[in-house]
Ligand binder design. Structure first.
Ligand SMILES: CC(C)(COP(=O)(O)OP(=O)(O)OC[C@H]1O[C@@H](n2cnc3c(N)ncnc32)[C@H](O)[C@@H]1OP(=O)(O)O)[C@@H](O)C(=O)NCCC(=O)NCCS
Length: 276
């Protein structure tokens, strides 16, 4: 078994995308998964053109089987921070059939050794800390994985709460990203804040729309990219995906509960419209 880890470039960007699509052929051919892959590709290429290194791909005998996506924390527009020495990991993924063979560890090791080198993107050309989300999401295993790999949980924003210091300074690391506290807003309609870093984004957005339309066919629905509508996200106190229905935020939760909540919030508005 020969594993090679390669940094993302304009030439191999499709390989990074190939790693994650769903295993079922029905889902793979879904138009919204395809659209999601296009959205993610555009996001990844924009990020690459802005910061250079932003993903690594693991190849097993020349087939892409794993990837890790990252960027300096201070270039992520929906995180407010003054620190310029933190690298944020957006996600890590290894294809199911080749898990537990050390591929994830190799990606992480390669990233750590790259980040220990001088890098002009960081203050004094030095990255000091890796950070990632501690938000548990149904079906995602990366939080427990990073904890297993030595990341520890600190106080502060849940979407940047797991950290891994690159040098042992003895001082307790702290990030200055304000807490994620989704605010209630005075507005009508639906706004779906999604992250283009995941190819499932469009599929998820469309499912949310279908569920809302079933109970409230006339409500206005807008999709908001967290990277391009970051000011609005910050104003609302959100630092990851959230669906706003008539000003009330709905965050990721157990799928059955999520869909029930989406329908309930969309439905309650309809009732109010009828009453008026
Ligand atoms: C987490 C993931 C990247 C691990 O990749 P992998 O190649 O299987 O990992 P490795 O083979 O390097 O694992 C090495 C170690 O981590 C442990 N480990 C693996 N998955 C783990 C998990 N989910 N939680 C805790 N520990 C885990 C293994 O037991 C092993 O431990 P050991 O070194 O003590 O024996 C892979 O399981 C995955 O892609 N999961 C989905 C990740 C996800 O949710 N991504 C976000 C959505 S896109």
């Amino acid at each position: 078994m020969k594993i090679k880890v390669v940094s993302l470039s304009e030439e191999n960007v499709n390989d990074a995308l190939l790693v994650c699509p769903p295993t079922s052929s029905k889902l793979r051919s879904d138009i919204n998964i395809k659209k999601g892959l296009e959205i993610r590709k555009r996001w990844l290429l924009n990020l690459y053109r802005k910061v250079g290194l932003c993903a690594k791909i693991a190849y097993l005998d020349n087939t892409p089987v794993g990837m890790i996506q990252y960027s300096p924390l201070h270039v992520i527009p929906y995180f407010k921070t003054r620190r310029k020495d933190v690298l944020y990991i957006h996600c890590i993924y290894v294809k199911r059939k080749v898990r537990n063979r050390g591929i994830g560890s190799l990606l992480l090791k390669s990233l750590i050794s790259e980040m220990k080198k001088p890098n002009r993107l960081f203050e004094r050309a030095q990255c000091r800390v890796l950070s990632t989300t501690a938000r548990e999401r149904y079906g995602f295993t990366q939080v427990s994985y990073f904890k297993n790999k030595g990341f520890s949980e600190i106080e502060g924003n849940i979407d940047a709460r797991l950290i891994y210091p690159l040098s042992r300074t003895g001082r307790k690391e702290k990030l200055d990203v304000p807490s994620s506290e989704p605010l209630h807003i005075n507005e009508r309609g639906v706004k779906i804040f999604f992250n283009p870093s995941c190819h499932m984004c469009k599929y998820m957005n469309e499912n949310i729309k279908v569920n809302i339309r079933e109970v409230n066919p006339t409500i206005e629905i807008k999709e908001c990219n967290l990277w391009t509508r970051s000011k609005e996200a910050i104003r609302r106190g959100i630092t990851s995906v959230a669906t706003y229905i008539n000003g009330k935020p709905i965050l990721p939760m157990k799928p059955s509960e999520f869909w029930k909540t989406i329908r309930r919030y969309a439905c309650s508005n309809k009732r109010r419209q009828i009453e008026l």
